[in-house]
Design a protein around this ligand. Sequence first.
Ligand SMILES: [Zn+2]
Ligand SMILES: [Zn+2]
Length: 245
Amino acid sequence: MRIVFFGTGGAGSSPYRARVCIGIETNDVSILVDVGEGCGSRMIELNYTLNDFDLIFISHEHLNHWAGLFDALVYTSIYDRAGVKRLKLVSGPKNTDLLNKVLSYMPKNLRDSLEIAYVTENGVRYGDTVIRAIEVQHTVPTYGIEVRDSSIQLFYSADTYPVIDRVYQGLKPNIIIHEASLTPNQRDIALTLGHTTLDDALRLREHVQDLLVIVHLGWENEKYLKNISMPKNVFIPSDKTLVSI
Ligand SMILES: [Zn+2]
Ligand SMILES: [Zn+2]
């Protein structure tokens, strides 16, 4: 499995981070998970276009998770002479209206290349890879995504309060990619807004076999991190980081 961190920030993150946008590639399928602002230019910098993906997964309606799609579509139409291939725009089942709304905001001449589809908790299979959308706890219907191939199980949290029991149910994924929007002293806000504090996110390292990746990092947290030593199985990627596992 290969993971490409095109964008690693969230709303209010460092201005040096594009908003969350992560490519997950297995031998069977390639998924672009969220398409935040700045994603298209990061993709071009790494020689990617949307045509390198089969599915575009939008976790929820907040703009920093899909506002980069317009730009990414235009980049793809310019950089790939063959044009934009047919792509599936997917989310969990409660996001029907959202996907139609996203589609309506895309460039008119490129809209036909996007086909809306849904992934449920039961999952959809591509060869040896199974993809599941798992509802998490945020202020609007929001889905994390599990991608499991023959050897690796990965979970991306999207925006959520850390719902460990609900999501992992005793499982220990190889990789968790989790958000950490708020600082350790903002737990009351985290509960209200359905976000994770940095210390709660770091605790998830006990629930991974291999690697806990922190994204959507609040800008304040970047300063906080300078004062703590990072545990061995925790990784905070910059934009344009590639991980093969
Ligand atoms: Zn967000
Ligand atoms: Zn959100």
